[in-house]
Design a protein around this ligand. Structure first.
Ligand code: ADP
Ligand code: MG
Length: 531
């Protein structure tokens, strides 16, 4: 069939729209990437962000910068989602994934300008990503204890001072190891470890407690605060008899028989306490309230009670002591009761704290700092370190940091490209070039000449292999294993796949999504680089 003139014209329009969408999307991505570029690496600068309420946030963290931004561009939002996913899955590498996505798109646009079709680019990128992933496995090494420390500390480089980073690395690895054989999903380390900010002491005095510590005082001070072990019941509700009270309101209004109601209520509570006592329980933790009438009954039964818990803390207690969360105290059975090995009640920093030790599975991080701001910072640092340490312990493989990994991949892909067919070669080379954004920006942020550094690093790798990278603090090229600059394999892998997927998604958009709405490129004018 002969193409009509109209068809040809339509095709042209499509192509132009496709290209202009790519130009537009790439520009949005580059704008976003330029907002986080200066934060990369240990010499990255902090960003000062001003939100719409005039609140100021100072951060060195890519994902924080992006999540604080108000962005309306769909592609920019895709990029933010990619970096959030990176944060959720790997807890690190967010800036890297954003820079990589932007660079992949920049190079794709260049290729499309010289006539390479998006489908070919997508193919080439997929081949390159796959080859890169297998190279990552090739150069990754099994992490020794020292490597685990180094990789966790590298995560915090430039974010906090080195001494604090060391303390947090130690705590995070201690906690991560204790969770090593526990089952659970992505958020396990957040669920199982309670963070308690303490006012006394300095950051370096922070510690992990292999038990649960909560800021709470017991219901009745005349009951035992300390014990060397016993049985615990966790009540997922109250010890109150709400039902009876509701009935009573009606009853009292109509008949006014108050004393009868009180008696029935006490009898019911006595039954409940008796059933706890018959199971040998000497400690109860109650999510809601405890009726006043229950206090003397509990004391008589030798039961120490704590009330008003957050759900998360009860869950941690349940894991720690193997006690089930019971809704209805009347139906409690021996199966529901848990064991603890020790408990204490002490006044610390002017507040009562209860500490309950049990088997395994739940911990408390006591995070100390002299000021609220310091405690916040310690908390954030612990969170960063723990997220990475927890995953590292599960997959103890590390890669060279300091741009070493990406330089190796770029070098490898360039020679690999020659084994591939035709135009895909160009896309694979474009992928290789994009990877070099990491060493380039690391050098840039360290005040070094990026071109010289990339050439020198490439030459150093030709001689010494993939583990050579750029130490941004000294400016020297060295073995990243010896220098302790290491990135976890799972961080690099996620950054690579996340960025490739995001770039490909954008490349597949062949029309402008927002049709008649004028797309907005993010406005970064409210940011100041804070060197
Ligand atoms: P991201 O959000 O991607 O994790 P970061 O600002 O944390 O961004 O920077 C991470 C990068 O910094 C990694 O590539 C890591 O290897 C590199 N890096 C960390 N410490 C050093 C160092 N001392 N010298 C060179 N590169 C480093
Ligand atoms: Mg990082």
């Amino acid at each position: 069939m002969v193409e009509s003139e109209q068809d040809v014209a339509l095709e042209d329009t499509d192509r132009i729209e496709g290209r202009s969408a790519l130009v537009n999307n790439t520009n949005a991505t580059l704008a976003l990437a330029s907002a986080v570029r200066s934060t990369l690496g240990p010499r990255g600068s902090d960003k000062m962000l001003v939100d719409e309420n005039g609140e100021i946030v100072v951060t060195n963290d890519g994902v924080t910068v992006l999540e604080t931004a108000k962005v309306e561009h769909p592609t920019a939002n895709l990029l933010i989602a990619t970096s959030s996913a990176q944060d959720r899955i790997a807890r690190d590498g967010t800036t890297t994934s954003v820079l990589l996505t932007a660079e992949l798109l920049r190079n794709a646009l260049e290729l499309s300008r010289i006539g390479v079709h998006p489908t070919i680019i997508i193919n080439g990128y997929q081949i390159a990503a796959e080859e890169s992933l297998s190279q990552l496995d090739e150069i990754a090494r099994d992490a020794s204890d020292e490597d685990l420390m180094a990789a966790t500390a590298t995560t915090m480089a430039g974010k906090i001072d080195t001494t604090l980073a060391e303390t947090m690395t130690g705590l995070a690895l201690e906690a991560a190891r204790a969770l090593e054989n526990e089952e659970g999903g992505d958020d396990l380390e957040r669920i199982r470890i309670k963070r308690l900010k303490m006012t006394g002491g300095v950051a370096a005095d922070s510690e992990i407690i292999h038990g649960l510590m909560l800021r709470k005082q017991r219901l009745d001070f005349t009951t035992d605060g300390h014990s060397n072990g016993g049985k615990i019941a966790i009540i997922d509700g109250g010890l109150e008899n709400r039902e009876l009270e509701l009935d009573a309101q009606i009853e009292i209004r109509s008949t006014g028989v108050l004393s009868g109601f009180q008696e029935r209520k006490s009898a019911k509570l006595a039954e409940q306490v008796a059933s706890l006592s018959s199971l040998g329980v000497d400690l109860i933790c109650v999510r809601d309230g405890i009726a006043d009438e229950a206090t003397p009954l509990l004391k008589e039964a030798g039961i120490t009670a704590y009330r008003r818990f957050e759900q998360e803390d009860l869950e941690r207690l349940s894991i720690l002591t193997n006690a089930k969360m019971v809704r209805d105290v009347n139906r409690i059975s021996a199966d529901d009761v848990g064991d603890y090995s020790k408990r204490s009640a002490d006044k610390i920093d002017d507040a009562w704290h209860v500490r309950i030790d049990g088997g395994r599975g739940a911990m408390t991080a006591l995070l100390r700092g002299t000021t609220p701001i310091m405690r916040e910072e310690v908390n954030r640092a612990f969170d960063d370190a723990l997220g990475v340490a927890f995953r590292l312990v599960r997959e103890p493989k590390v890669l060279p940091g300091g741009g070493g990994t990406q330089t190796h991949l770029a070098r490898h892909l360039r020679s690999f490209a020659t084994t591939q067919k035709g135009r895909e070669q160009l896309a694979i080379e474009g992928f290789a070039d994009a990877l070099e954004v990491i060493p380039r920006v690391l050098a840039e942020n360290a005040g070094l000449d990026p071109i010289d550094e990339i050439l020198a690093l490439s030459a150093a790798q030709a001689e010494h292999g993939a583990w050579y990278g750029l130490d941004a603090m000294s400016g020297e090229k060295s073995d990243m294993g010896d220098s302790g600059i290491q990135d976890p394999l799972f961080v690099a892998r996620q950054a690579l796949t996340g960025a490739t997927e995001a770039a490909i998604t954008v490349l597949r958009i062949d029309d402008v999504l927002w049709a008649h709405v004028e797309p907005k490129t993010p406005d970064w004018s409210n940011q100041i680089d804070d060197d």
